[in-house]
Ligand binder design. Sequence first.
Ligand code: GDP
Length: 460
Amino acid sequence: MRPPLARDVQDLLERGRDRQLRLAVTGLSRAGKTAFLTSLVNQLRHAGLEARLDLLPAAREGRLLGARRVDQGDLSVPRFPYDPAMAALTERPPRWPEPTRGISELRLLIRYRPTRRGLLGGETRQLTLDLFDYPGEWLLDLPLLGHDYASWSRAQWQGLGPARREHFADWLAAVAELDPAAPADEAQLAGLAERYAEGLRSAREAGFADLQPGRFLLPGDLAGAPVLQFFPLPGLDDGATGKPAPESNLATLTRRFRHYQQKVVKPFYREHFRRFDRQIVLVDLLGALGAGPERFDDLARALGTLMQSFDYGKRSLLNRLFAPRIDRLAIAATKADHVTPEQHPRLVALLEALLAEPLKELRFADVPVKALSLAAIRATEPREVTQRGTTSPALRGTLLSGEEALLFPGEVPGRLPDRDFWHRQGFDFPAFRPPPIDGGALPHIRLDAALDWLLGDKLT
Ligand code: GDP
């Protein structure tokens, strides 16, 4: 044992240290970010009271005393709309909160009792938790930094398979009319860019996820700005184009592309991403299973791209440009309450199979990463149904229409689904209404496991 004096000094040092953690939540649209962050804040605010956080040791041991909101550090970032989200959830009937569309932030001050009490009366400690929420679509833009306009155009055209083309029919017809060498016509370029963005939006509605540029889908405060008025041009062969006239369509699009790289993509990484300590990536795997094989493969591609933002390999684009410092990552399959509990391990296995390559890279680069399944806001309850002497698991919940349902939504495959799987079995995950809440903490599944991984070590 160390002498008491050394322990006191240690204690003082500990208390003087800046105890702060910047935790970011991301995922593609509808992955469940807003629900997750709302529930996370709700659980911590109810910690020590009604929240059920048994998988978080600080809570289980009664050391987590609670959390309150305080003014955030960066005043230029919008505040995460926690109050409107809770208002929607406590309406009658309850509604899901409106999703956020850009980056937002919320700061919590967590009070807890450390595992070891100091002699100087250090009974309670505080951790400042900065929470950030931002669209995963923005991370799809990282590879764009490794391109020039011509190579990016070529890559986008190559990716335009038959099923995607349908969504871009209008734009394809119009862009064929554009002469790259002609003097730039602002109105024509704006019109074409809008059609391109419409194509992206329509593809996303249809369940495609691997879509660039990310800000065209979620422009935040850049909506309508010329920096978002570009698109890939056809026929830009390697080196064959020569130097375009400065006021031509081609030169204008090239300038805008560079501006987008420098003034939109890079600042996000530099000013926000690089400063996150920990990160959770949410994935709506069940939604993709329900949407069929093409969308499922597309999600896999999009996640592969998205995960490049966590590739810490020395030679990775990310490291060369930004030297980030995330020291822990969680990847979670959301809305696990859409399947019966005995299927949850398979959901995690499927997530790991889908992300096998990026996970291998991360482990190789020594970034601690954990895959899990969770429901931020549990809308169903597990039940058993007995029919003709056989008992099987089922779910009970209220559909969005208000109708009560008792159902078995389908089996989650424990590995990547093959052709046989898609033929054999359809997936139908109905959307459920959020559960009624009587002022206590929101019901969840394994949100406490995510919390333990993401901040448990800071609460010891
Ligand atoms: P975001 O676009 O990533 O912020 O996604 P949201 O948090 O808005 O979630 C999108 C939709 O998914 C919600 O409106 C809900 O219908 C559903 N959802 C999100 N989380 C859960 C959950 O834990 N359980 C269930 N049953 N549905 C969820």
